[in-house]
Design a protein around this ligand. Structure first.
Ligand SMILES: Nc1nc2c(c(=O)[nH]1)N[C@H]1C(S)=C(S)[C@@H](COP(=O)(O)OP(=O)(O)OC[C@H]3O[C@@H](n4cnc5c(=O)[nH]c(N)nc54)[C@H](O)[C@@H]3O)O[C@H]1N2
Ligand SMILES: Nc1nc2c(c(=O)[nH]1)N[C@H]1C(S)=C(S)[C@@H](COP(=O)(O)OP(=O)(O)OC[C@H]3O[C@@H](n4cnc5c(=O)[nH]c(N)nc54)[C@H](O)[C@@H]3O)O[C@H]1N2
Ligand SMILES: [Mo]
Length: 740
């Protein structure tokens, strides 16, 4: 709760945090005067408990009080996408949305209503999507999306291999590691749990060797790595298979571990040795695919197999690709081959890194309930749900395709209107030009937003929502925990902003929905606490928790994924059909054979470097997450922009023959679109690959050239056999821009 400051009696210090989908969760002390945040301080705990504030949270007040925050409801007056709006009253805005919902339902049925939600607000009560879902359930149903654009490859791989997504160790366990492989993992930028870098640096100081395997020489590599192994995007599984080959040939693998805890290693071995398809997966074979020299692969294999314990840290970026899940499955397989699963200082792979301690609130405050309108049809189930749940929704990566094509395109319904909150999918899913076309096709589109984002520009009605600083909520730290957070409301709503829950409540009255449960924020939060066994187990005194804003959990020993399964397998089987780690998965063979092999394998894909398309578009594009933003959020914050200009990374080997000099404006293009962006000519990226951070705002000019430099103007709206977004598998060409 607010405390008074000695210096200025009018300043309150409020313990809060952000709700961003940002890789961390920083405890913040917001200094508030006259409903303005005037200063921000971070966590006041001593080392080693202190959770260091990231650069984005240090700029939090520039975000909350940004002059371009939406402050009142608006309606579109120009063309869709043009961004011309006019101020209207809340009554007019809510009446319009309610009337459109009624109209569309009456004429076309509930299948014509699309609800677009997202994960940008990671807290319990005010999750915009939850309130809207509850409302539309009571309204007779809606169409929505399933699958996530974020980590579905890794989720699929972890569920296949382990039957669990809790594949992480608490980060201080890296101190027990003697070797750490950053395999497509760059926590200095993407955080991966607040303080992960702190523990990684301590591990390094403790003598661990660190090797980064990545197409970019990234910030973490520059800070802690002993070695950088540059690799071609999408070829990790080939290198891992070749490492397995070296281990098998040189008998370096832990056969006893494999016998005891896994099924299907023989099938993988047959693949690796070439017994299955006549091609032995030698280091030479993998070198030709990945550009990682054969002797480097041999050394990597020997070092990883001979240094115990060792942590192979794969993540989600490389898995956001055309065969993404294979990378996480193969990483997990190497972890088993070296007996590192379930062991302190080791790792399980799988790319998710979550631990099951206080990392999220299991019971949502507002149960979404069951959507009475369930879709049927060929493109509805999408990919395998490994839990064998039948999900009847449209896959997130074909959302805009579904809007464009409807029933004629094989989708189960014709979508006429959309209502959106907590996402900027036009900018954040593949193929933004196509998404923009799809939004033009709608009869009506309403968006709840804080900013005039690229997607918001297409709205007919724009509803301004409060920021995290204007709400109280229970916050979820990113996967590592282990702590709970309570973010106290620091500000009264700015301008005419309302929170998403309030909007849903006001719509309920207009839609004549009587049983839409309503409570005050205070009541909801208490109910949530009362309902959450996890919270009640750890936190006795709710008021104190809220006053302190954080509850840290003391771990007697570091959390190690699958420790029980390894130490006491008789009583703790893995949650897979065989009860073991599944290197071969019969479920996969039964359900998605053809799309995904039942053992991890390297497979060529479209838009890899050997695709004939590479004659026209010879460069591979990767799109990592930006250090100075959360995806497309905070894009407008000047302080953060200054820290890193938006540029395409390009190696001199590729820049020189194209006449491109550092700082030139270039066009990066393919058949899906063209972006204009400055070039950063640097050896920090492998030749043949260019990198554009995701999240810059899509902004097409009159010729269709995206002057905002949104990478998704270039990516595809497709998904892999396991459901992963293919956002890191695109071929492009680069040439000097007209303006340079
Ligand atoms: N090319 C490429 N694309 C990617 C990725 C990639 O690696 N490469 N990564 C993907 C990943 S991992 C993710 S998670 C997605 C993220 O995709 P999104 O979640 O669509 O991305 P954000 O930019 O976070 O957009 C969230 C929007 O929600 C709004 N918002 C925030 N809080 C609230 C709220 O409380 N209420 C309402 N109504 N609105 C709110 C914000 O203002 C913002 O505009 O992007 C994906 N896109
Ligand atoms: N600052 C900041 N932090 C964030 C976010 C943010 O927007 N901003 N978003 C958060 C969210 S929602 C998520 S899901 C996570 C995402 O975290 P990740 O998925 O781990 O992040 P990415 O940045 O997509 O990619 C990680 C690394 O993979 C590398 N890479 C790309 N392709 C390949 C490949 O084929 N092989 C190999 N070996 N490496 C490859 C990239 O160069 C990058 O260094 O980050 C979270 N943290
Ligand atoms: Mo994500």
């Amino acid at each position: 709760m607010p405390q008074s400051s000695a210096a200025d009696q009018n300043i309150r210090i409020v313990r809060a945090t952000s709700a961003f989908d940002c890789g961390g969760r920083c405890p913040l002390r917001l200094h508030v005067k006259d409903n303005v945040i005037v200063r921000i301080e971070g966590d006041d705990a001593e080392e080693p408990d202190q959770l260091r504030t990231c650069l984005r949270c240090r700029a939090y007040r520039q975000y909350i009080h940004h002059p371009e925050r939406l402050m009142y409801p608006q309606k579109r007056v120009g063309r869709r996408g043009e961004g011309k709006f006019e101020r209207i009253s809340w009554d007019e805005a809510l009446d319009t949305l309610a009337n459109q919902l009624k109209r569309v339902k009456k004429i076309y049925g509930n299948g014509a209503i699309l609800l677009m939600t997202g994960g940008s607000y990671l807290a319990s009560l005010h999750r915009g999507g939850a309130a809207a879902q509850r409302l539309l359930n009571l309204f007779g149903g809606y169409v929505t999306h399933y699958g996530n654009i974020s980590s579905e490859g890794a989720v699929w791989a972890s569920l296949t291999q382990y039957g669990s997504v809790m594949v992480g160790h608490s980060r201080e366990d890296m101190l027990n590691s003697r070797l750490i492989l950053l395999w497509g993992w760059d926590p200095a930028r993407m955080i991966s749990g607040t303080n992960t870098m702190y523990h990684l640096i301590r591990a390094k100081e403790n003598g661990a060797r660190v090797i980064a395997i990545d197409p970019r020489y990234h910030d973490t590599a520059a800070t802690v790595a002993d070695q950088w192994v540059p690799i071609r995007p999408g070829t990790d599984t080939a290198v891992m298979a070749a490492m397995a080959n070296v281990m098998i040939r040189e008998k370096l693998h832990d056969q006893a571990f494999l016998d005891r805890y896994t099924v299907g290693f023989d099938r993988f071995k047959a693949y690796v040795l070439g017994d299955e398809d006549g091609i032995e997966k030698t280091p030479g074979w993998a070198a030709a695919i990945s550009d990682v020299p054969a002797d480097t692969i041999v050394r990597l294999a020997r070092e990883y197999a001979n240094t115990r314990p060792a942590a192979l840290m794969d993540c989600q970026g490389p898995a956001r690709s055309a065969m993404g899940e294979q990378y996480n499955r193969c990483a997990a397989t190497l972890c088993a081959m070296t007996g590192n699963v379930g062991r302190p200082g080791g790792s399980a792979g799988g790319g998710l890194m979550g631990i099951p301690v206080a990392h999220m609130f299991r019971s949502p405050a507002i149960p979404a309930g069951k959507n009475p309108f369930e879709l049927e049809g060929p493109k509805v189930k999408g990919t395998l749900d490994i839990r064998e749940r039948v999900i009847k929704r449209i896959h997130i990566n074909t959302l805009f395709d579904a809007i464009l094509k409807g029933k004629k395109g094989g989708y189960p319904s014709d979508i006429r209107m959309a209502w959106s909150m907590c996402n900027n999918y036009l900018n954040q899913t593949g193929n933004s030009n196509k998404a923009a076309k799809a939004l033009q096709n709608l009869e009506f589109f309403a968006t709840q937003e804080l900013f005039m984002t690229p997607q918001a520009r297409y709205a007919d009605i724009l509803l301004p929502v409060t920021s995290t600083a204007e709400r109280s909520d229970l916050m979820r730290p990113w996967p590592s925990g282990p702590y709970f957070m309570f973010s106290n409301r620091a500000l009264e709503p700015l301008g005419e902003c309302k929170d998403d829950l309030e909007i849903a409540t006001e719509l309920a009255a207009r839609l004549d929905i009587k049983d839409f449960e309503t409570h005050s924020e205070e009541e909801w939060l208490r109910r949530l606490y009362e309902k959450s066994t996890d919270l009640k187990h750890h936190i006795r005194d709710f008021d104190r928790f809220r006053q302190e804003g954080i509850h840290r959990i003391e771990l007697e020993t570091p959390v190690v994924a699958f420790r029980k399964q390894i130490e006491d397998p008789e009583n703790h089987p893995f949650d897979t059909p065989s009860g073991k780690i599944e290197i071969y998965s019969q479920r996969v063979a039964d359900i998605v054979e053809g799309l995904c092999p039942p053992i991890p394998k390297y497979l060529p894909t479209s838009e890899d470097r050997n695709d004939p398309l590479s004659r026209n578009y010879p460069l591979q594009l990767i799109t990592p997450h930006p250090r100075n933003r959360v995806h497309s959020e905070m894009y407008k914050v000047e302080w953060l922009r200054e820290t890193e200009p938006h540029r395409v990374w390009i190696n001199p080997v590729d820049a020189t023959p194209r006449g491109i000099k550092d700082g030139d404006e270039v066009h990066v293009f393919n058949e899906r679109g063209t972006i204009a962006i400055a070039a950063w000519v640097t050896e920090r990226i492998i030749p043949g690959v260019v990198s554009v951070f995701e999240g810059a705002w899509y902004h097409p000019d009159e010729n269709g050239i995206d002057r905002g430099g949104c990478c998704n103007t270039l990516t595809r709206d497709a998904y892999s056999g396991g459901g992963a977004a293919v956002l890191n598998t695109s071929l492009v060409e680069v040439r000097k821009g007209e303006r340079s």
